[in-house]
Design a protein around this ligand. Structure first.
Ligand SMILES: [Zn+2]
Length: 299
């Protein structure tokens, strides 16, 4: 089990998969400049980059956060049995994600909040599971927190993103978000939202318009669960490099820099959704440049 501590709270990584991206590096990060990428190969290879295939290595995991008051699952990966033919990496998976969650000591019934930082296919999947041919919420006692902006982009009655990208991608919303709303378990967030005095959700737009992050503060220690605002560790060195999935590149780069600034200034550990091992980093800043200081779990 991979667990980090933030004050008296614990954070456990619940892994779904780890491996090479479906895209070559300069397609994954369209602003990638080889002269600025190659000096990092000594630490990127083999954990974060596969040079033989020219693929960035990415993980897909959820964060299980247990404070003295709450058990929160942040980003619910791609899920099992979901029809995603346009994304082979997430199509019709059958992974032991729920077993990993139970091994971490968290039965689905024990989760009281699920936070999706945004509504991309790899962040909503385990919101639901297939039972007798129907998609039902996986976490029966949880309140699921979604940004209203994200929800409105995908809603069946006129969602702008749904109209832009066409029907197949909307399956993600229809099988992994809509059943939660219909079950009465969703809470749509407008702007910042405090779960309590330790847990604060804030807008972090750019990757998607309604992307949010979660800040945890416990005593003198702090963490930021940044979703895809920072996608790959090379972006700590190069915060202007967006991923191909960033919908507003200018805003995404501004948000990425703001997240890194915050982590450096407040000594908050960065918990992204897609960093390969060791998955977590402190952020050091000097002269406006950032560098990651990877933090291994206590495990
Ligand atoms: Zn993602």
């Amino acid at each position: 089990m991979q667990t980090w501590t933030i004050g008296s709270s614990t954070v456990t990584r619940i892994g779904e998969q780890i491996g090479p991206s479906d895209f070559v590096a300069a397609s994954f990060l369209p602003q990638l400049v080889r002269d600025r990428f190659e000096p990092h190969l000594s630490w990127l290879v083999p954990t974060h980059y596969d040079p033989a295939r020219d693929r960035l290595i990415t993980s897909n995991h959820a964060w299980l956060v247990r404070t003295g008051r709450h058990t929160i699952l942040i980003d619910s990966c791609a899920g099992n049995h979901k029809e995603r033919p346009w994304m082979p990496r997430f199509h019709q998976l059958d992974t032991p994600f729920l077993r990993h969650l139970r091994e971490a000591g968290a039965a689905p019934e024990s989760i009281d909040f699920v936070l999706c930082t945004h509504l991309h296919v790899d962040h909503v999947g385990w919101n639901t599971r297939l039972v007798d041919g129907r998609w039902v919420p996986t976490f029966p006692n949880a309140r699921y927190l979604f940004s209203r902006t994200e929800n409105d982009a995908w809603r069946p009655d006129g969602g702008t993103r749904r109209q832009e990208v066409g029907g197949a991608s909307a399956a993600m919303y229809d099988d992994s978000v809509l059943p939660v709303i219909q079950a009465g378990q969703a809470q749509l967030l407008d702007g910042a939202h405090a779960i309590d005095d330790q847990l604060l959700i804030e807008p972090a737009p750019g990757h998607t318009p309604g992307h949010v992050l979660l800040k945890l503060k416990d005593g003198a220690e702090a963490a930021v669960f940044c979703g895809d605002a920072v996608h790959h560790p090379i972006q700590v060195y190069e915060p202007s490099w967006n991923s191909r999935f960033c919908e507003d590149p200018v805003q995404a780069a501004l948000t990425r820099r703001a997240v890194l600034d915050h982590c450096a200034a407040h000594r908050a550990l960065l918990f992204p959704t897609h960093f390969a091992a060791p998955h977590v980093a402190a952020i050091d800043e000097e002269g406006g440049r950032f560098r990651p200081r990877f933090m291994r779990c206590a495990c």
